[in-house]
Design a protein around this ligand. Structure first.
Ligand SMILES: NC(=O)C1=CN([C@@H]2O[C@H](COP(=O)(O)OP(=O)(O)OC[C@H]3O[C@@H](n4cnc5c(N)ncnc54)[C@H](OP(=O)(O)O)[C@@H]3O)[C@@H](O)[C@H]2O)C=CC1
Ligand SMILES: O=C(CO)COP(=O)(O)O
Ligand SMILES: [Zn+2]
Length: 349
């Protein structure tokens, strides 16, 4: 009997461009979202973006401020949405706000629209939510946003570090796909040629456009947002974060456990991918290309730039294989000496 099946969940409308926040009302009606939304946001996006959205709505919606990516925040949003009889949720802000709103909407079974105000990683458009629980840091499946409104004028004004973090998250797709292919070969993991090729092509296009990614240029926000959407689609096709998350993400998740809130997600996965590329291809392999791609767009390439210690990075590398059932180049664990050597040769420590 033929047993293959695939169920691809994607956003229905994705609007990217200068001033598109003014088209939020139109998108909401095209999505047939009814009732009053609950707006989920944080301090800065509330000032720069929220009023511009509420002005387009028939009634003044309630606003819930989120500070941390915690299940308690998700619970507060759920309670507030129930108390206000919200018809759907609008998340306006960075990755934390969007994750919390996405997870709450998923739990409530209502629609969710993502209005990212910073292009910091591909979770802002994907069907994945990432809230730390116990020792778990990686993302889990959640309903993707029905719509995404990414105003490049707003995103271009966000601190530059968020844009370089978004670029680094995309550059890490190279090693993520390599890990996925390795797992397919060694462990018979299910591999999608379409998702793998799309993820890799997304990284290639971003790196190919690196000369146009510069602070102060709205074109940078455009290029990065397109890449984040494309990476999100790759994850939707795979129904997994596999196309965009390999050993470099495992190492980053461990760093978040060891020394929380030290560096941005995208910056951590970028630095870690230099070392995992070295593990894949050796001293004369492609790690220098990964390093140069990060360096060209101004993302960190060393542990010191991240604010982590060499010891913490080594510990993350040697323990990362334990945190998830996802086979990567880390195999059943790399030794401390091997981890140090990989980080030393590549100049990461
Ligand atoms: N779902 C997924 O697949 C993934 C989820 N994640 C998760 O995402 C979270 C990190 O998200 P990230 O976006 O990096 O950071 P955060 O959302 O934690 O922080 C973003 C910060 O940027 C500020 N900000 C947002 N937009 C603007 C703007 N336009 N101008 C000025 N400041 C702005 C916010 O300010 P203020 O606080 O003042 O409002 C906030 O402090 C983590 O919890 C991580 O685990 C990471 C990767 C993938
Ligand atoms: O960050 C992600 C993809 O870029 C999601 O990956 P995880 O599933 O490892 O959290
Ligand atoms: Zn990521």
């Amino acid at each position: 009997m033929f047993e293959k099946r695939s169920w691809i969940r994607l956003p229905r409308n994705v609007v990217i461009g200068h001033g598109v926040i003014e088209e939020t009302g139109q998108m909401l009606s095209e999505l047939h979202l009814s009732g009053t939304p609950l707006i989920v946001t944080s301090s800065t996006p509330k000032v720069i973006a929220t009023d511009r959205v509420t002005e387009q709505l028939a009634s003044d919606p309630p606003v819930e401020l989120v500070e941390t990516a915690r299940f308690s925040s998700v619970e507060h949003v759920i309670e507030r949405a129930q108390a206000e009889s919200a018809g759907y949720l609008l998340g306006i802000g960075g990755g934390t706000v969007i994750d919390v709103a996405k997870m709450a909407a998923d739990e409530l079974g209502v629609g969710f629209v993502s209005v990212p105000t910073a292009a910091s990683h591909d979770g802002i458009v994907s069907g994945r939510g990432s809230i730390p629980e116990g020792t778990t840091r990686h993302s889990v499946a959640a309903d993707p946003p029905l719509g995404v409104i990414a105003d490049t004028a707003i995103i271009a004004e966000a601190p530059w570090k968020y844009t370089t973090a978004g670029c680094a998250d995309i550059i890490s797709n190279y090693t993520a796909v390599r890990d996925w292919q390795l797992a397919a070969r060694l462990k018979n993991a299910e591999y999608s040629e379409y998702a793998g090729a799309l993820s890799r092509m997304t990284a290639e296009m971003l790196v190919g456009n690196a000369d146009s990614i510069n602070q102060g240029l709205e074109d940078s926000a455009w290029i990065v947002m397109k890449a984040l959407v494309s990476s999100g689609v790759a994850m939707s096709i795979a129904d997994s974060s596999r196309p965009a998350s390999g050993a470099e993400h495992l190492i980053s998740h461990q760093l978040d456990r060891i020394a929380e809130d030290t560096a941005l997600h995208g910056h951590q996965v970028g630095v870690a991918s230099i070392t995992t590329e070295y593990l894949h291809s050796g001293q004369d392999g492609n790690w220098q290309n990964v390093h140069d791609a990060l360096s060209n767009i101004g993302a960190p390439t060393t542990v010191a730039e991240l604010g982590h210690s060499a010891e913490d990075f080594t510990e993350a590398m040697t323990t990362a294989h334990e945190i998830r059932d996802r086979y990567t180049i880390l195999g059943n664990g790399v030794s401390e000496a091997a981890a140090r050597e990989a980080a030393r040769v590549t100049g990461v420590i």
